[in-house]
Design a protein around this ligand. Structure first.
Ligand SMILES: Nc1ncnc2c1ncn2[C@@H]1O[C@H](COP(=O)(O)OP(=O)(O)OP(=O)(O)O)[C@@H](O)[C@H]1O
Ligand SMILES: [Mg+2]
Length: 278
């Protein structure tokens, strides 16, 4: 479990708190999508979980963050890394090797994975992401989207209990984005906790269980996808575009044409349409 208690953080050079008085928990086996405007504090939130804040970026840290019982201030980033695998917003900054397979091997060796398991984990992670053919390529020769896939594969190979991803599909086409999210959903079904920052709210509505909306460092909305979508007015005030199907639901409800809850899947959208037509 991840627990934030009265947590605020101000970067050493920051004028205001990047995150402000957060009190929330993320349960084991949850799949939380984080949304919010640029500069809202989404990346800082991921840093609070993997210990980059306050170990790499220093500043004023208030309250407490615990990850599987480990206090992030008292734990070394290496200790936290055993529990939390991270895919960063800037994947280039994350890469340590020059060849794809070495990038994945680096993590496996660093984590002390037994030698007889390494090849299996390496080839499985590449296959899961669908990049087995890139295994011997130079990282420098890959596209942005291909690098994102390598970064995800490198984390999958480590099989952490919690995976935190910061805009992992920023450079991916819709098909590859769905492929990554399908895989995350599968891992989540097997018990992995997923925390993912994502601009494409439609993707999150299809795959995440919960949404967390951060605005100006505050957790404004946090609940199941449906609970949060029900607050579409609040979201629009903040400048978050809700999926069109949700705006349509709001309008149909206003006109008294439907009484169902906001749809979060194609099937529910179809039901809504049927109800509206009568
Ligand atoms: N290293 C830093 N030093 C000082 N201030 C920082 C630093 N990194 C981020 N900030 C500030 O903290 C706030 C939150 O930034 P953060 O990167 O977490 O936002 P974000 O929601 O991830 O934005 P984006 O969608 O653009 O990635 C912003 O005001 C930002 O300027
Ligand atoms: Mg960010």
């Amino acid at each position: 479990m991840i627990a934030l208690k009265d947590f605020s953080f101000r970067y050493a050079s920051g004028k205001a708190n990047a995150l402000q008085n957060l009190n929330l928990t993320i349960d084991d086996g949850d799949f939380v999508g984080i949304i919010g405007n640029s500069g809202a504090g989404k990346t800082t939130f991921t840093y609070a979980i993997n210990g980059i804040v306050p170990h790499h970026y220093r500043g004023d840290f208030y309250g407490a963050v615990t990850v599987n019982g480990l206090d992030t201030v008292d734990s070394k980033p290496e200790q936290l890394a055993v529990h939390v695998g991270s895919v960063f917003q800037d994947v280039d900054a994350q890469m340590v090797a020059s060849i794809v397979e070495d990038e994945i091997l680096f993590g496996l060796e660093n984590f002390g994975i037994p030698h007889d398991q390494i090849e299996g984990r390496l080839s499985e992670a590449l296959a899961q992401i669908g990049i087995s053919d890139l295994r011997e390529r130079e990282l420098d020769s890959l596209s942005g989207g291909q690098k994102q896939k390598v970064a995800v594969a490198a984390i999958l190979a480590l099989r952490p209990a919690i995976i935190v991803l910061d805009e992992p599909t920023g450079e991916l086409d819709p098909q590859s984005s769905d492929q990554i999210y399908s895989l995350l959903r599968e891992l989540n079904r097997q018990g992995t906790t997923i925390v993912v920052v994502e601009q494409k709210i439609g993707l999150l509505c299809r795959y995440a269980k919960k949404l967390l909306l951060i605005d100006h460092g505050e957790a404004v909305l946090y609940g199941t996808v449906r609970e949060v979508l029900t607050q579409s007015g609040r979201m629009e005030e903040i400048g978050i575009h809700v999926p069109r199907i949700v705006s349509l639901h709001k309008e149909l409800t206003r006109r008294g044409l439907v009484s169902c809850a906001a749809p979060t899947s194609m099937e529910e959208a179809e039901k809504m349409a049927r109800e509206a037509i009568g």
